[in-house]
Design a protein around this ligand. Structure first.
Ligand SMILES: Cc1cc2nc3c(=O)[nH]c(=O)nc-3n(C[C@H](O)[C@H](O)[C@H](O)COP(=O)(O)O)c2cc1C
Length: 176
């Protein structure tokens, strides 16, 4: 059994990460995300260096992390299969600025905004350590109702991970 076989056994929730830039919003679907501390509360959200979203997260102060319902695969595909290099993903999607400035997707089941405390390059992704600032839900939510990786494994990423191998910043060949 290899590491890839191990990770296939894991079914993490998926998030839509959004960020406001000076001239545009950006956002992408992410699975590499998790709470990493309780006291103080901290959350790590990882963005591939090849994604359009990475251009905005590089110096953003606040990010928003949205949970989707298991029935919202179309919204996951919108943010996970399209790229801001080619389209404005926020055109035609209901959103408003959150209390701390990140774009909040109104269809999401739950969302929190987090302040970026630290950034670290982890192989081909940049990890953003977040201090949660606020959180809200569209209605009462229960664990298990959220969209997870196994609901979306057939989606074709707008920027496939292999692009990192040719990225100037350099993905680490063989590190996956
Ligand atoms: C199931 C799934 C999980 C993904 N997980 C991540 C992730 O953890 N981090 C990331 O940066 N991109 C992830 N992606 C890829 C981006 O969502 C995708 O390449 C997107 O089109 C990038 O959009 P952008 O170029 O507008 O930023 C994932 C895609 C899919 C389909």
């Amino acid at each position: 059994m290899g590491f890839a076989d191990f990770t296939r056994l894991v079914d993490p929730p998926l998030y839509v990460l959004t960020v406001a830039g000076a001239h545009e919003n950006s956002g992408c679907l992410i699975g590499f995300a998790s709470q990493v501390s309780i006291f103080p509360p901290r959350f790590l959200a990882c963005v591939s260096e090849v994604n359009h979203t990475a251009k905005l997260t590089a110096d953003a102060e606040v990010l928003a992390l949205h949970l989707l319902g298991a029935d919202q695969k179309a919204l996951a595909a919108h943010f996970g299969e399209l790229t801001g290099d080619e389209v404005d993903k926020f055109a035609g999607v209901a959103w408003h600025p959150g209390p701390f400035g990140a774009p909040i997707l109104e269809a999401a089941r739950a969302v929190f905004e987090g302040r970026v405390l630290e950034r670290h390059r982890f192989g081909d992704h940049v990890g953003h350590l977040l201090e949660p600032l606020d959180a809200s839900a569209s209605a009462a939510q229960s664990p298990g109702e959220q969209l997870r990786l196994n609901d979306a494994v057939d989606l074709d990423a707008g920027h496939p991970p292999e692009e990192a191998l040719d990225h100037p910043a350099g993905g680490s060949r063989g590190a996956r």
